[in-house]
Design a protein around this ligand. Sequence first.
Ligand code: AQP
Length: 327
Amino acid sequence: MDNILSGIKPTGQLTLGNYIGAIKNFVKVQNEGESFLFIADLHALTLPIEPQTLHDNSRDIAAFYLAAGLNPEKANIFLQSDVAAHSELAIILQNYLYMGELSRMTQFKDKSAKMKEEAIGLGLFTYPVLMAADIVLYDSKRIPVGEDQVQHVELARDLVKRFNNRYGETLVMPKAEVAKVGARIMSLSDPTKKMSKSDPKGDVYLKDSVDVIRKKIMSAVTDMEAKVHYDVEKQPGVSNLMTIMSSLTGKSFEQIEKEFEGKGYGDFKRAVADVVIAELAPFKERYEQIVKSGKVDEVLAKGAKRANEIASKTLVRVQKAVGLYHK
Ligand code: AQP
């Protein structure tokens, strides 16, 4: 069985996009191999964040992992910063990726677009190097991610090929796994943009109350076509709501179109809100119980112990390959 790896940056509150594009799939695959599902707290430092916020968000994500159904007896849940090998390996691997490649990364271009060059942190630029280290440390072949992270996984694949060509078979080749539906949930207020934690306009947060979720979905941007039809170009808002419904119910776009034939957007949005609330409400209750139980730190410690065991072996393998390790 192949190892599975993925992570989430604790840069803000988790969104419905993070849930559909990532967490829901983590739960699905957790029994299909050993999984390493970490909280990417080092990655969260690539843009300014308050220390307390980073600390609280990190534990919060772990609690949401558990609330979503990740079983800590099977999945290794840990903080990236609890495994020093992530940083050590990144320092080595940065020599096998190039400035040109990193400057072509969409995430870097998007996030640095409005910044003055002098203010762009090096960490934002070298993000994919650390992400490549995250991936290869656990010999993981399967990387379940949303669409926006596929480019980084592709770069990690290039790096593995390059490294293995130079030093012999040392690193395992990873592959991104993207859900057929829901790999890119769009903002409710601007459906041409991705729903993002750091862009609160148009987000549904996993922590939102039932009333807030309903209100946000009822005021989602739609169009003048007045028909529930999947067409990302002409009807991006409606298509996004259909994607949300489809990924949470398993209904196809055709089924949804049929179900709402002749009905208005009000009826459709109410039904989407019902589906989202039905998925998230029980989840929120579990989350609150988990936070109260104080179990999160224990789960993180257990996950870090196992992660360190595997990661340190890979690190030594890489150190030996490049000629660093002499013991
Ligand atoms: N809108 C989305 N639709 C589907 N999947 C998504 N993911 C994020 N947004 C969507 C997936 O969630 C996982 C964790 O993402 P991340 O926290 O590591 O970083 P991100 O991709 O940059 O997510 P955000 O929410 O947009 O964070 P910020 O605002 O801090 O940059 C990944 O698998 C991602 O694909």
